[in-house]
Ligand binder design. Structure first.
Ligand SMILES: CC(C)(COP(=O)(O)OP(=O)(O)OC[C@H]1O[C@@H](n2cnc3c(N)ncnc32)[C@H](O)[C@@H]1OP(=O)(O)O)[C@@H](O)C(=O)NCCC(=O)NCCS
Length: 166
């Protein structure tokens, strides 16, 4: 699914709950992200990296307790953070889970006193539905320094930068 395709709506899932991630979620987070890493929609994250940064993540849970979504807020400076590692299980997409995760991360971002959040994504239209605008990657040199320089796709990057002023 690319950012230009139309996402079909499915029945809303009001029973989905969100909470901060814990270390007990790490294995399920790895399993959830794996197919999207394989398609190149997400950058790979090691178990070590998820454990070290677990406090940055929120998770979405189905009524049976299974993990159906995750996302993180990665702080770069007193003003700026990135929404990263955002993923919703394939069979739960199109039900508002991704939107709920981003909105929860934006609440955290505002509570921290941040001024702007950005994302690098192949799904810019999803973010634009949530009020983000398309931006220049070069506006976020700390991201480029932290991740892009180590990314195998750095010379053929198809990700779009999106940003939201808080
Ligand atoms: C992108 C992703 C997180 C969206 O999650 P989701 O739960 O399916 O999205 P939602 O149901 O909350 O959609 C919210 C809105 O965005 C729209 N939308 C969702 N995905 C879209 C897409 N790919 N293109 C265009 N619009 C999209 C929905 O139609 C909905 O619009 P509405 O509020 O007007 O009805 C999910 O598709 C996913 O996990 N994709 C694979 C991993 C990935 O690409 N992550 C992003 C990396 S930064």
């Amino acid at each position: 699914m690319t950012g230009l395709s139309i996402k079909p709506r499915r029945a809303p899932q009001p029973e989905t709950t969100l909470r901060p991630a814990t270390l007990a979620d790490v294995a399920a987070m790895e399993a959830l992200m794996a197919p999207f890493v394989a398609t190149g929609d997400l950058l790979p994250r090691s178990n070590y990296d998820l454990c070290r940064h677990i406090k940055e993540y929120v998770v979405a849970l189905a009524p049976d307790g299974s993990l159906v979504g995750t996302g993180s807020l990665k702080v770069y400076s007193t003003q700026l953070a990135e929404i990263a590692g955002l993923a919703v299980r394939d069979d739960q997409q199109g039900r508002g889970v991704g939107k709920a995760l981003v909105e929860a991360l934006l609440v955290d971002a505002r509570a921290l006193g941040l001024e702007e959040v950005f994302g690098l994504t192949r799904k810019p239209l999803f973010f634009m539905r949530l009020g983000f605008r398309v931006a220049e990657k070069e506006q976020f040199p700390l991201k480029v320094w932290a991740d892009c320089t180590r990314c195998p796709r750095q010379h053929a990057c198809d990700e779009v930068a999106v940003a939201l002023k808080l």
